[in-house]
Design a protein around this ligand. Structure first.
Ligand code: NAP
Ligand code: ZN
Length: 359
């Protein structure tokens, strides 16, 4: 067992506070990782505040809860059967730390769709002990080596690689599944942590990219991030000008909203895929927009390990990283408050060297 220091929520309406706990003793195929950086995903805030009770989490958030599933760190120890990494390697851990390994999705390297439920990096029962998993807002983690990713970016880019482990793969998976690339027109709705990575990745894959934002202040940023055009989604005229134009639209918005204006922008047989997971449901879309163009409405959940490694390698090759603002661990509540106000450009990353180890 190893002592770890983290920041935990103890209820939905109290701030995250320092929390000392133990990570498990190394199992045969485990990797122990000193966490260097941890990204701040909107899912972390949904979890800390128990906003997903009855939906993503049927039983709600289990407290104490340590969020964080965009983890980059350094290997510090290995179980006797762990052979893929060596001490000192820079590695990543994303949203999952285990899965059943036997169902069809697992066998097809689609572990996020594990039929027996992937073990999520936080708020999930460990497959062996049943204990609640605790995430990356901490200085140490122990993970099965099969769920650890290689980071091959230039060393100076290491802090910014953290959000690739969730925001990056959550956009890469639908973009590649629906074959975003040359000749395809792709829309990205909501320019936050996920959305800004969607712009970068869709552009790098060669698609024509349109950003949809509610924030006029993000127009120039969105162009710099890779958008060929930017639409203010609250402007009905700008929206109507895009009708029937899209092969794929990926909606990252973390709040309930009307999907019909986006369905109407799809070409015949185009796809609107939802990745944002608002606490309350979207209003049901009209059937007319679906049947009229034989359009598809779908969803997508992070991505499997093989495609996560492919995404990381692609990003390393092209020097792609998120735009980040590094924060100290003690400033997490300020970061959550800014995220709630849509004041993030475009992902907070916690520097774990700032961890408070006194508690
Ligand atoms: P984020 O950084 O807060 O970005 C969300 C963006 O949505 C905002 O920047 C804003 O963009 C837009 N937005 C927010 N409130 C809005 C409103 N009321 N109406 C319209 N647009 C609004 O969040 P994130 O970390 O990217 O996460 C987004 C969502 O995806 C969260 O629900 C998260 O839990 C979920 N998620 C899902 C997966 C998955 O596998 N499916 C993985 C990770 C996260 P503009 O200013 O440009 O409008
Ligand atoms: Zn996330």
């Amino acid at each position: 067992m190893a002592i770890a220091h983290g920041y935990a929520a103890h209820s939905h309406d109290t701030p995250l506070v320092p929390y000392t706990f133990q990570r498990r003793a190394l199992r045969d195929d485990d990797v122990q990782i000193e966490i260097l950086y941890s990204g701040v995903c909107h899912s972390d805030m949904h979890t800390a505040r128990n906003e997903w009770a009855g939906s993503v989490y049927p039983d709600g958030t289990v407290y104490p809860s340590i969020p964080g599933h965009e983890i980059v760190g350094r290997v510090t120890a290995l179980g006797p059967a762990a052979t893929r990494f060596k001490v000192g390697d820079i590695v990543g851990v994303g949203c999952m730390v285990d899965s059943c390994g036997e169902c069809e999705p697992c066998k097809e390297d689609m572990e996020s769709y594990c039929e027996k439920y992937a073990t999520w990096t936080y708020n999930s029962p460990d497959r062996v002990t049943g204990e609640n998993t605790l995430g990356g807002y901490s200085d140490l983690i122990v993970v099965r080596e099969a769920f650890v990713l290689s980071i091959t970016h230039k060393p100076e880019l290491t802090p910014a690689t953290a959000p690739l482990l969730c925001a990056g793969i959550t956009m890469w998976s639908p973009l590649t599944h629906w074959q975003a690339g040359p000749g395809k027109k792709v829309g990205i709705v909501g320019i936050g942590g996920l959305g800004h990575m969607g712009l970068k990745l869709a552009h790098a894959l060669g698609a024509k990219v349109v950003a949809f934002t509610t924030s006029p202040s993000k127009v120039e940023d969105a162009k710099a991030l890779g958008a060929d055009e930017v639409v203010i989604s609250r402007n009905a005229e700008e929206m109507a000008a895009q009708a029937n134009g899209f092969d794929l639209i990926i909606d990252t918005v973390a709040a309930p909203h009307d999907l019909d204006p986006y369905l109407a922008l799809l070409k015949r047989q185009g796809t609107l895929t939802l990745v944002g997971l608002p606490a309350e449901p979207h209003p049901s879309p009209s059937v007319v927009n679906l049947v009229a163009g034989r359009r598809n409405l779908s969803g997508s959940l992070v991505g499997g390990l093989r495609e996560t490694q492919e995404m990381l390698d692609f990003c390393a090759k092209h020097d792609i990283v998120p735009d980040i603002e590094t924060i100290a661990m003690r400033d997490i509540e300020t970061a959550f408050a800014r995220m709630a106000k849509n004041d993030v450009k475009y992902r907070f990353v916690i520097d774990m060297a700032t961890m408070d180890k006194a508690a």
